[in-house]
Each structure stands twice: as structure tokens, then as C-alpha cells.
Ligand binder design. Structure first.
Ligand SMILES: [Zn+2]
Length: 347
């Protein structure tokens, strides 16, 4: 017979009895802090898994709000969340608190960029990628190397996905693997190629397992290969990364971090699969959604909650956040989106 567990570990008994983790690993998990960047498809599964496993503090950052077509793969949310029109980070935190009330959940509604990534990384032991584009992944890579925090890359398109664990100073980094982001329009996106729910669960689960190893102090058990899975072609590949060690990588070898320094990366983004453009305005003063709603009365249909304001006008839907950031749906043209923003919100 095994010894009874202390009460505080009882809810985690099944994973504590998994010998490579054990009670000591669980104690370390409970004292650990993780950042999940993006709480869409991958981020939903990652946050859910880490919360249930007892990661002591989970910081979740996401810039977006929920839409009905998210529910096919974003497992933290339901139709009520879509109807409430909440940002994903807020809806995720509400759900995660019901799943595990004994850990701390810190939701942050923000577009991660070179100015706010430092505070987001502050005090965390591991960063997990739940994003959907390379611009932000290169920023995460820069910041992870600079602050020397392990991070776990994951990405999916169609029925294929891949994951890689980056331990600064120890393993190749994302820029060793991919020197430059592919130009917009040159690669398939979730708009053109779609994405299947099961591949999200596979890749996010691999990322979560890697995070649990790092957060429980079992970093030596992490994967040192790039794992590529295709659930439609029924293929699993493990790509050795040893040859990448020869590369004179600008990031991990030469210590150049242009994304972190704000020299790379833009403040506008066409949102994948959404016919929508995001505009953000660095260093702008907070705006009052209440005042804005009053100003917009009569221009179109205005709805508002604590976190965002929405204006439906002509063929556009504008979603505006207190920091002035806006998502303009109804176009994928940046100039057109700027015009619409200037017309209703102000330049
Ligand atoms: Zn590198």
C-alpha cells in the first residue's frame, strides 16, 4: 500500500502517483508560474491542462473576443460565452476558476508587442505559445532568449501541426529553425487551408506535457526534436535539430533581438481567417467606452460591456477596446480599416 497523500495534493493524486513526477514534482508545479500567450485554439487546451494539473499561477494574455466559429476547436468556451461577447482572456479565466479554484489565474486583454512583453514575462518560469502567427512568435523567441525563460512553440494548419521546446542557452531557438517569417500571402493560413480540431488537441497536449516537465523541475525530460504530426496523412515525424547548432543564428548566437527592440513587427495585422484587420495605437491614452458609446449613438448599432464596445455600421463591425485598439471586421484591407476607424473612432 502506498502512503496516503497530504490533503493538499489529493486532487492531483493520479499524476502524483506517476513516478517521474511524484509528490515533489507536484509541489514544484503548485509553486510555479506560467504564461500562456494567446487563448484561442492551442491556448484553450494548454490553459485547461495546466490549470487542472495545478500550475500555481497562470497568466493568460489574449487580444481577441469570441466568435461562434471559434467553438469548433477552442475547447474552453461555449455558446453562452459567445453570446456574452467577452474577450477570450476573460471568458477563459472565468471557466478556469471553476475548474481549479486553488490556483491563481491572471487574465490580461492585450495585444502582445515589444512594449508590454517584458512585464508579461516578469516572474514566469515557462512561456507556452498559443498564438497563430510568426510575428509574435519571433517576439516571444527574442524575449525568451533575453530573459532566459524556456518556451514551447506550437503551430497548426489543416490537419498538420508541429511543436518544439526552446531552452535558452541549451537548445536551438525558433530563428535557428526558421530564419525569417514567410511574407504575408505566401503560405497557407487557417483562412485558406482551414484547421481540424483534433490536431489542435494533439499539438497543445505535447506543449502542455513539455510545460509540465519544465514547471515540475524535470527539464531534462523535455523533447530535443521538432515533432511534426499530420492526422490526415497519418504521419508522425521527429526532426533532429543537431544540425541547427552550426547556424550563426542572429538571435541565440549573436544576441540580436529586433522584435524585442521594436525594430521589427507592425502595429496593424490582418487577422487570420476573419476578414478583419486589427489596428493598435502605442502610447495612446485610455478611452472611455461610455463616452464613445454616447458619441456613436445614431451612427449604427452600438453594444458595450465592461471590456469592449461594438459598433455595427454599413458592412463593418468595429470592436474597440479601452486602450484604443480596434478590430475592424468586414474588410481585410488595412487602408480601408484605417479609414473606417478614423471615420467613427477618430484618427
Ligand atoms: Zn537560434
Amino acid at each position: 500500500m502506498s502512503n496516503p497523500l497530504p490533503h493538499s495534493l489529493e486532487r492531483y493524486s493520479r499524476q502524483v502517483r506517476f513516478a517521474p513526477l511524484g509528490a515533489e514534482g507536484q509541489e514544484r508545479l503548485l509553486a510555479s508560474r506560467a504564461l500562456v500567450v494567446g487563448c484561442g485554439a492551442l491556448g484553450s487546451v494548454i490553459a485547461n491542462t495546466l490549470a487542472r494539473a495545478g500550475v500555481g499561477k497562470l497568466r493568460i494574455v489574449d487580444r481577441d473576443f469570441l466568435e461562434l466559429n471559434n467553438l469548433q476547436r477552442q475547447v474552453l468556451y461555449d455558446e453562452d460565452d459567445v453570446a456574452a461577447g467577452f474577450p477570450k482572456a476573460i471568458a477563459a479565466a472565468e471557466r478556469l476558476k471553476r475548474i481549479n479554484s486553488q490556483i491563481a489565474i491572471e487574465p490580461i486583454v492585450a495585444d502582445v508587442d515589444s512594449r508590454n512583453i517584458g512585464p508579461l514575462f516578469d516572474g514566469v518560469d515557462c512561456v507556452v505559445d498559443g498564438t497563430d502567427n510568426f510575428e509574435i512568435r519571433f517576439l516571444i523567441n527574442d524575449a525568451a532568449l533575453h530573459y532566459r525563460i524556456p518556451w514551447i512553440y506550437g503551430g497548426c494548419i489543416g490537419a498538420e501541426g508541429q511543436s518544439m521546446t526552446i531552452l535558452p542557452g541549451e537548445t536551438p531557438c525558433l530563428r535557428c529553425l526558421i530564419a525569417e517569417a514567410p511574407p504575408p500571402g505566401s503560405t497557407p493560413t487557417c483562412d485558406t487551408a482551414g484547421v481540424l480540431g483534433p490536431i489542435i488537441n494533439v499539438i497543445a497536449s505535447i506543449q502542455s506535457a513539455e510545460a509540465l516537465k519544465i514547471l515540475s523541475g524535470k527539464q531534462d525530460a523535455t523533447s530535443r526534436v521538432l515533432t511534426v504530426v499530420d492526422l490526415w496523412e497519418n504521419r508522425v515525424r521527429q526532426v533532429q535539430l543537431d544540425s541547427l547548432r552550426e547556424i550563426d543564428c542572429p538571435a541565440c548566437k549573436r544576441g540580436e533581438f529586433p522584435w524585442l527592440q521594436g525594430e521589427r513587427g507592425s502595429q496593424t495585422a490582418v487577422l487570420c481567417g476573419r476578414n478583419a484587420v486589427q489596428l493598435s495605437f502605442p502610447a495612446r491614452q485610455e478611452l472611455s467606452l461610455e463616452d464613445l458609446a454616447a458619441r456613436l449613438a445614431g451612427t449604427g448599432q452600438v453594444t458595450r460591456n465592461k471590456f469592449l464596445l461594438r459598433l455595427a455600421v454599413d458592412r463593418y463591425q468595429l470592436t474597440v477596446f479601452p486602450d484604443g485598439r480596434a478590430i475592424i471586421a468586414g474588410t481585410d484591407d488595412i487602408a480601408e480599416a484605417r479609414t473606417v476607424y478614423a471615420k467613427y473612432i477618430g484618427a
